[in-house]
Write a protein that binds this ligand. Structure first.
Ligand code: UD1
Length: 431
């Protein structure tokens, strides 16, 4: 298993190109199952999760083509994927594949909507507390699906097709909203999704489905209305920039000091996180080309944070922000409201000398003068990148083990950091 070695202490200076959003690319790829025509996705990040999803989709009969290099293309340019599900040859998504990536469970919706049946293994994915799928299944039941669970598999059927209905989510769920959007687009009649997730990735999926011929109103708000259509067609869509990658590098700069331009980043996708970063003392500015983050000397100010669904502070930036607060000039309270048990990074951050204790869903972080490099272990996607951030600011050397977690969600992490002056290298193989 690969490791990453980081020699801490360097300030970050330069430019980092922001990749297409993983959390938008995955549902967009899954939407290819809804049509027999070609869905072309541009700016798709080169990530392990994308490659795995291509395998899963291939198993259902989706052909894919990855466009070759184009003139002027940089290694960091996103890739163009053409996906074509002319015939769905298999409506079974097996445990071996779904257990490796939670989002692949969402294939249930388009398979059911287009084929009237699907059998999909209950999911796996990041170990961040119990992550049930009850709300996703209830959404499909609201559209007339019959759902059974047998031996770890969800068996869904709607022999006469899905019918529009009222979907009321008791809590905001991104996956539930994606599933509801895809299923309702091909259901007979109209559907209203109440308490829908408002994340930018939901809007991206709705935009793409609309290009494919779906009739969707209100995406980005809490109530979404969908008028089902008999079939969907092909489309070309560009994946929006990754707000979590953007916030991660912004926090790294706020931690190490320096001056970095995040190319292609869009501030409106992570305004709450940028506001918090400004209050810590970082200087943030933006233009049509991206976001500039600077911090030149001065203490890092503590800022209390509570995670919330969009437009609140994202849970996917909680670990990175905690890394930053380990060096703050005072005490910070960080409350996680989305996922229980999303504090696995706390113990690893402590290995750098961070002072953190947990009070139920709140981490109380007492800033220290300096962190010391240490061997640490990545536990999940976002937790692992928080260790990288801490390592960049720590004195001495850090080895991050189990970096396959990082490869799932961060494209060319080492290269992007090295280009800004960080001492980062990957060590192949070993434990
Ligand atoms: C997505 C993101 C993930 C992010 C999360 C919250 C992708 C691929 N993943 O995950 O990075 O951290 O949104 O922003 O886009 N819940 C239920 N029952 C369900 C579904 C969800 O109780 O059927 C709960 C979850 O346990 C959690 C909350 O609802 O407490 C929100 O989860 P959800 O928004 O569904 O997360 P994901 O879509 O899995």
């Amino acid at each position: 298993m690969d490791r990453i070695r980081i020699q801490g202490g360097a300030r970050l200076n330069g430019a980092i190109p922001i990749s297409g959003a993983k959390n938008a690319a995955l549902p967009l790829m899954i939407a290819s199952l809804l049509t027999s025509q070609t869905l072309t996705l541009e700016n798709v990040p080169r990530l392990a999760d994308v490659r795995l999803l291509l395998r899963i989709l291939g198993n259902h009969g989706v052909d894919h083509m990855i466009a070759g290099k184009r003139p002027g293309e940089l290694p960091t340019s996103g890739q163009t994927l053409k996906l074509e599900a002319r015939n769905i040859v298999d409506t079974l998504a097996p445990y071996e594949l779904v257990s490796r990536m939670r989002a692949s469970f969402w294939v249930l919706a388009p398979l059911l909507a287009r084929m009237g049946q699907a059998k999909v293994s209950l999911p796996g994915g990041c170990a961040i507390g119990t992550r049930p799928v009850d709300l996703l299944l209830q959404a499909l039941e609201s559209l007339g699906a019959k759902i059974d669970i047998e031996a770890g598999y969800v068996i869904a059927s709607a022999p006469k097709g899905l019918v529009g209905g009222q979907i009321v989510f008791p809590k905001v769920t991104v996956g539930g909203t994606h599933v509801a959007l895809m299923a309702a687009s091909l259901a007979r009649g109209s559907t209203v999704i109440h308490n829908a997730a408002r994340e930018p990735e939901i809007v991206d999926l709705a935009d793409c489905l609309t290009k494919m011929g779906a009739r969707i109103q209100g995406a980005g708000g809490s109530t979404i209305e969908i008028e089902g259509v008999a079939s969907l067609g092909g489309a070309t869509h560009t994946v929006l920039p990754d707000r979590i990658e953007t916030g991660t590098y912004a926090m790294a700069v706020a931690m190490t000091g320096g001056d970095v331009f995040l190319q292609g980043a869009r501030p409106e996708l992570l305004q709450s996180a940028l506001d918090v970063l400004s209050r810590t003392g970082a200087q943030i500015s933006s233009d049509a080309m991206g976001i500039r983050v600077r911090r030149n000397g001065g203490e890092i100010q503590p800022v209390d944070v509570m995670t919330d669904p969009f437009p609140g502070f994202p849970t996917d930036l909680q670990a990175q922000f905690m890394a930053l607060m380990t060096r703050a000039d005072g005490v910070t309270r960080i409350t996680e409201t989305i996922f229980e048990n999303r504090f696995m990074h706390v113990q690893e951050l402590a290995r750098f000398g961070a002072k953190i204790h947990l009070e139920h869903d709140t981490a109380v972080v007492t800033g220290v003068r300096s962190l010391m490099g240490a061997p640490v272990m990545a536990t999940d996607l976002r937790a692992s990148v928080s260790l990288v951030i801490a390592a960049l600011a720590a004195q001495g050397e850090t080895i991050v083990h189990r970096v396959y977690h990082l490869d799932r969600g961060f494209e060319q992490l080492e290269q992007k950091l090295r280009d800004c002056g960080a001492e980062v290298e990957r060590i192949s193989g070993g434990d």
